[in-house]
Write a new protein. Structure first.
Length: 447
């Protein structure tokens, strides 16, 4: 696991794809039990033919391929790198697609993620969080000691956090510096220093903690700004990213950073264009440092049909020519269910609920419906159909106003989601499908 080009990830995939599929896996048909994951694509399975127990989550291969290539094009035009946030999918097969399209590394949220990534063969991990507890430190230190080429970064936002890391490194006798990034936050937000002045003071403290601690850059997550007030969100995000830029320039001028590249990293899935434009313009002055801007979007690969799709037009307007031609990212993730009851006019109850669909950002939305023996292909769901309520295992689909629902018991219905992270974590197995919903393979997740 020492190569930095993603080859180690490919080695880890063989064990995953050869492992027999357990009958306890959600969405697995009876005839696939005990078969290896890589055999699914040759079994002739089809969502529309009723070959899969419902509900079931699918990923459209054409959209995944498009999105991976689109993001590579965007980062190349913007002059930045990409370390996708792996917590979105926790799927090493999808990590591989991201490495194949030029990902520089992967972003993690917890020390446990770091360990999982290493078991998948990921060679470079940016932990976009503080590293604190003794057990978490143990996980990371073991990985650093096991492979001298493992490239790892964590965040620091306070003198107390820095002191904890410094003492832990000394007690462990770690043979190389622990690489950290200074984290920028915002008043009332999450973690991170609240001002340039706080950042200057902390940067100087981290420099003084060398060589045990190596300051390698500055970080922020501008996605803490959200809501319907677009001007407020954009101004807040820009202000935060400009603070990263100011601290990076100060650090270069004052000699805070360890030898090597200086990382400037931000960019979630909704405002990554602001991060790319602002940070790519930073100049290291006469410090001799090479700056690398790293975006960390996780949701771009699957995208969605609601939350991020609604934000995409604004991103395209802001980005201009860097966005490129065409419509941008495409929705790749759907959850298919069946109509099991039509208890009143204008209402259908479907076999998917909170255990199957994201609902933290917004309720899912019907995308397609299909009636076997009558439809040649799925039909687009009318705009007045809406999910009005979710139970654990049931979705209430209502026609708004006086609209009628043509749905019958046994019909299939596909739901689109917002915030795909919290759909992925409900499915240990998602099916890779072509545009006709024929199964091409399976994708395992490891949450």
């Amino acid at each position: 696991m020492s190569t930095k080009d993603g080859a180690a990830v490919r080695l880890a995939l063989d064990a995953i794809e050869e492992a027999p599929l357990a009958g306890t896996l959600k969405g697995l048909p009876a005839r696939a039990e005990g078969r290896p994951l890589r055999a699914l694509g040759a079994m002739g399975l089809s969502v529309l033919a009723g070959d899969l127990p419902l509900p079931v989550a699918v990923l459209k291969d054409s959209a995944l391929t498009h999105n991976a290539r689109w993001m590579r094009g965007f980062t190349e035009r913007a002059g930045v790198s990409l370390a996708p946030h792996g917590k979105t999918t926790m799927a090493p097969q999808l990590f591989q697609r991201q490495f194949d399209e030029g990902a520089w590394g992967m972003t993690a949220a917890t020390a446990s993620h770091v360990r999982s990534y290493r078991r998948f063969g990921v060679p470079r991990v940016l932990l976009a969080n503080q590293l604190l507890g003794a057990a978490d430190l143990e996980l990371v230190f073991r990985e650093l000691e096991a492979d001298e080429d493992f490239d790892f970064y964590a965040l620091v936002d306070s003198a107390a956090g820095l002191d904890l890391l410094r003492r832990a490194v000394a007690a462990r006798g770690l043979k190389r510096p622990l690489q950290v990034l200074l984290e920028v936050g915002t008043p009332g937000g999450r973690t991170g220093v609240r001002s340039v002045e706080e950042g200057l003071a902390l940067g100087r403290l981290i420099r003084a903690a060398a060589p045990a601690i190596a300051l390698r850059g500055v970080e922020a997550f501008e996605g803490v700004y959200s809501g319907d007030d677009t001007a407020r969100v954009e101004l807040g995000a820009l202000t935060m990213v400009e603070t990263v830029a100011a601290l990076a320039r100060a650090g270069c001028a004052e000699g805070w950073f360890a030898p090597g590249e200086v990382l400037l990293t931000a960019g979630g899935s909704a405002l990554f264009d602001i991060a790319a434009r602002t940070l790519a313009a930073v100049d290291a002055g006469g410090s001799g440092h090479r700056l690398r801007v790293v975006l960390r979007s996780g949701c771009y690969l699957s995208h969605d049909s609601l939350q991020y799709e609604r934000m995409q037009d604004r991103m395209r307007q802001r980005a201009g020519a860097v966005w490129g031609e065409g419509p941008g990212l495409r929705n790749a993730i759907e959850v298919w269910a069946q109509v099991q009851s039509v208890p009143e006019p204008g209402r259908a109850i479907c076999t998917a609920g909170k255990r199957d669909l994201s609902y933290d950002a917004c309720l899912p939305q019907p995308l397609w419906w299909y009636r076997a023996g009558q439809h040649e292909a799925p039909r687009m769901a009318p705009a007045d159909w809406a999910v009005t309520k979710l139970n654990d295992q049931h979705a209430f689909v209502d026609a708004q106003g006086d609209g009628a629902l043509p749905l019958q018991v046994g019909d299939l219905i596909a739901f689109g989601v917002g915030h795909p992270c919290t759909t992925f974590d409900k499915w240990p197995l998602l099916y890779l499908v072509d545009d006709a919903y024929r199964v091409m393979g399976g994708v395992r997740t490891f949450f």
